[in-house]
Design a protein around this ligand. Structure first.
Ligand code: NI
Length: 186
């Protein structure tokens, strides 16, 4: 089932998400719905708060962005109860976007390598290292479960330039090509 994606300005996007207990009802269904919602919107990642749930869950598929120049990318995983343990290296800039903030893109600086601890969909623990674009997508989705949006990490000039557009999204004065739930109904 395709779920509505919560748009910029929705309070749930600013909350620090809570851990998902192992007995969370119908988790399989939620995960299936998140995949379907993400692919329908042509995204590479989707986090719980983006479907209105302040829960520490995100799904990522970077296999979709794999090409001749980006051979390092490519995994499809569910992350539950993730904690980034370490981020290191010289920050690098890359243009990001977000399904909750359609039609806005901007350069965000992030560390190139991370170490993360998380549970998979069977609640088995993993501790892994990621780098490059894989790390970046994780960092972006991880920010979602910490209540942070990529637009908050843009340079001050860029922030000013997108202010009006953000207000249009907040108040639902846009027409995305997927189902959204706006903070203010237009
Ligand atoms: Ni996002």
């Amino acid at each position: 089932m395709i779920l509505p994606i919560f748009g910029y300005g929705q309070p749930v996007l600013k909350r620090i998400a809570e851990d998902i207990p192992a007995d969370y009802p119908k988790l399989d269904q939620l995960i299936a719905n998140m995949w379907e919602t993400m692919y329908n919107a042509h995204g590479v990642g989707l986090a719980g708060p983006q479907v209105g749930l302040a829960l520490r869950i995100f799904v990522i598929d970077t296999e979709q962005v794999k090409d001749d120049e980006k051979l390092d990318v490519g995994f499809k995983k569910v992350f539950l109860n993730a904690r980034i343990l370490e981020e290191e290296g010289t920050p690098w800039s890359y243009e990001e976007g977000c399904l909750s903030i359609p039609d806005i893109r901007g350069d965000v600086e992030r560390c190139p390598t991370i170490r993360i601890r998380y549970q998979d969909e069977h609640f088995q623990w993993f501790e892994e290292t990621y780098s490059g674009l894989n790390a970046r997508v994780i960092q972006h989705e991880y920010d979602h479960i910490e209540g942070v949006l990529f637009t908050e990490k843009l340079k001050p000039l860029k922030k000013r330039l997108i202010k009006k557009k953000l207000e249009m999204i907040r108040t639902g004065q846009i027409l995305p090509d997927y189902k959204m739930r706006f903070a203010v109904r237009s």
